[in-house]
Design a binder for this molecule. Structure first.
Ligand SMILES: [Zn+2]
Length: 237
């Protein structure tokens, strides 16, 4: 585990500036109920990258509890989300438009900007690669995230069944967020990650087909060339 004096380390996200002394909670504390916020993983992070990341965190900690299957999501929704929405009028209006759909007899559907979800989990993955393996992603590499379709889940099952060099697991906040990561023998900066948020999210892009759901989020770190040869997002979505 790296030294916890974060300001000695470069920011994991830009790799250019030094971290603030307080660093970054890789998973925003607001995803968790208050008793579950102790000892969450952190990574070195500069002020600018922390501010950028927190924009997506404010959005997603208000929206994702609507789709959660976990009891913590329901409690978060009733106790904490109303305060977040009161502070964010624009988001409140956006969700209210989606919520009206539930009044005509369909399941509660709120609009989700999946590009923001994927961007946040790309940053989370960069943080976890450092947290578990003291590794910065080199400039020749990148991370891609995608909401996993059933086909994508099966593809990730097959990737996780391959013998890895190292694995990482955590269950944070009694199932509020669970993740698994693995990296290969051949290339240390090649890694795969799968996340379950709030016990799996009921997510669908089509309100007329609510049974087509995506429960997990998959991420991969690899060289830019690898992604050019193997389009990840289109393969697993
Ligand atoms: Zn930075």
């Amino acid at each position: 585990m790296p030294s916890k004096k974060y300001s000695q380390h470069l920011c994991v996200y830009c790799r250019a500036k030094h971290s603030t002394p307080t660093a970054d909670h890789i998973f925003a504390r607001e995803f968790f109920l208050i008793p579950d916020r102790g000892s969450l993983p952190k990574a070195p992070c500069c002020g600018e990258c922390g501010a950028e990341k927190s924009k997506d965190e404010h959005y997603l900690t208000a929206v994702l509890p609507f789709g959660g299957l976990h009891s913590g999501a329901r409690e978060n929704l009733t106790t904490m989300v109303p305060k977040r929405l009161a502070r964010n009028k624009k988001l409140h209006q956006e969700l209210a438009v989606g919520m009206r759909i539930s009044e005509v007899g369909k399941p509660t559907v709120v609009p989700l900007d999946t590009s923001r979800l994927e961007r946040l989990f790309e940053r989370i993955t960069v943080g976890l690669v450092w947290h578990h393996w003291e590794c910065y992603l080199p400039a020749t590499h990148r991370v891609e995230a995608a909401l996993l379709s059933p086909h994508g889940e099966a593809f990730f099952d097959s990737l996780f069944a391959m013998p890895p060099k190292e694995r990482a697991f955590a269950n944070l906040g009694n199932g509020t967020i669970e993740y698994a990561g693995a990296r290969s023998h051949g290339e240390e900066t090649f890694s795969i990650w799968r996340y379950r948020v709030y016990g799996g999210l009921q997510m669908t892009g089509d309100i007329d087909a609510p049974n087509v759901t995506s429960h997990g989020i998959g991420c991969m770190t690899a060289s830019n060339g690898f992604f050019e040869r193997n389009p990840f997002k289109s393969h697993v979505r």
